[in-house]
Design a protein around this ligand. Structure first.
Ligand SMILES: Cc1ncc(COP(=O)(O)O)c(C=O)c1O
Length: 431
């Protein structure tokens, strides 16, 4: 397992994260346990804000909170100076409760409800990223009712097929998100938003997919978008003020992933916009990006207790743990591949191939299909790395399993930021 962020092997041959022994964390807080290396999160935020710069225009980094959101994470993101992308009433409510500055909130989503839009307007959310004609009509109506004017970005689909899993591509021509830049009515739509008294059209948003490891996809999307912006300018006289290029920057999960050099990618993106705009002779819009996964994925590690091992009649060797697809559905959903280690035996030889199975009543409840590990003993602690993004945020209560606690670690100190669910919590809404 690659040691990421502040991970190291201590004198006890145990895994240490943020200066805290993972075995002690597991004993103190129980398992499964999500452990977050906050120094690494801060480092990633700082690297984004430092690198995503242009000498020719303003830039802004927005954290896509769908990757991982809690009150503590909102505060950390606020301190790091990033803005926040929310996509539901629940994410918005979390941001509000954390007193996240509303002007730095971007409200996304293809299926926003009236209730969500009203809350966003009442909280004076900075920008609403509108997805479709229905929403635009509804938003204007609500603005009139509430006597509000709001900044909007129109989500468009540049028709780029990013090289990633089909379930996390978001900009092929049949994607559910945004309005295609090739659709016949898009110029009319832009004109109508631009002419609206209630909506202040700032520009466009697109997002081509997630876990993209090839920086050419990002540059290709820019070329296509600048051409579109140019057409919009000639066709409707609308000058784009902001271009939000979404997130999707891929991260290391296992040796199958070639490292995307994020700094190099961001520089290439900014340069591509500057060059394309210069060639077409129009002002460079303000540039925005929305990384989620690349801020938090590598900072998260999930600790499990080994509950059993089993060799099947077919010869597969299983290690069973006390969690599974309820705390990490990504393997079942996307065939995700993770690295792991026995946190209490970091120097033991990894000489046997295992499948890591979860405890859910579902054959697809596999955390890792194939991994080399030492032969485990019951109660060994299995650490699965890079579980910071889309794990806690996608967790469920299938089989009435309680969601794990979340612990932040830094400089030898650990702090619970989300309590482990109790069985009473599971029953809370049952009548
Ligand atoms: C609109 C939008 N922005 C940003 C993101 C963040 O993507 P990632 O976590 O891959 O950086 C997503 C993820 O699906 C998204 O849909």
């Amino acid at each position: 397992m690659r040691l990421l962020g502040t991970m190291r092997i201590n004198d006890m041959d145990n895994l240490e994260i943020g200066g805290c022994d993972a075995v002690i964390l597991a004993k103190k807080y129980g398992t499964p346990l999500y452990v977050f290396d906050t120094a690494l999160i801060r480092e990633r935020c700082a690297s984004y804000t430092k690198t995503f710069k242009s000498s020719k225009t303003e830039t802004e980094v927005i954290y896509a909170s769908k990757a991982f959101l809690t009150l503590a994470m909102c505060r950390l993101i606020d301190e790091a100076g990033l803005s926040l992308d929310v996509v539901s009433g629940g994410e918005l409510f979390t941001a509000m409760k954390a007193n996240f500055p509303p002007e730095r909130l971007y409200f996304h989503g293809n299926g926003k409800t009236v209730e969500e839009l009203i809350t966003a307007l009442q909280y004076n959310v900075g920008t609403i990223v509108v997805d479709n004609e229905f929403e635009i009509e509804m938003l204007q109506y609500l603005c009139a009712e509430l006597d509000k004017r709001v900044k909007v970005l129109l989500r468009v689909n540049p028709g780029i097929e990013a090289h990633t899993h089909a379930y996390i591509q978001t900009a092929n021509n049949d994607s559910k998100f945004g309005v295609s830049i090739f659709s016949e009515n898009i110029y009319e739509l832009i004109k109508s938003i631009h002419e609206s008294y209630y909506l202040d059209l700032r520009g466009f948003h697109y997002h081509i997919g997630s876990q993209i490891l090839d920086h050419n996809s990002f540059v290709k999307a820019i070329e296509s978008m600048v051409e579109f912006i140019d057409k919009v300018r000639t066709d409707s006289g609308y000058e784009t003020k902001e271009l939000n290029m979404g997130g999707g920057f891929g991260v290391y999960y296992s040796e199958h992933d070639n490292d995307l050099d994020i700094e190099q990618t961001l520089t290439a993106m900014v340069e591509a916009v500057e060059t394309e705009c210069k060639t077409r002779r129009f002002p460079i819009p303000k540039l925005l990006i929305e990384p989620g996964r690349s801020i938090v994925a590598n900072a998260g590690t999930t600790l499990y207790k080994v509950t059993a091992t089993k060799e099947t009649y077919g010869g597969r060797k299983f290690i069973f743990v006390d969690g599974g697809m309820t705390d990490n559905p990504r393997t079942a959903l996307y065939d995700a591949i993770y690295e792991a280690a026995l946190a209490n035996r970091m120097k033991d030889e990894t000489d046997t191939t295992f499948t890591i199975g979860g405890k859910c009543c579902e054959s697809g409840d596999i955390l890792i299909k194939s991994i080399q590990l030492p032969y485990p003993k019951q109660n060994d602690i299995l650490a699965v790395a890079s579980t910071g993004a889309y794990n806690y945020s996608m967790a469920s209560n299938y089989n009435r399993i309680r969601k794990p606690a979340v612990v932040f670690v830094e400089n030898g100190k650990s702090k619970v930021v989300v309590k482990r669910e109790t069985y009473e919590d599971i029953l809370r809404n049952d009548l």
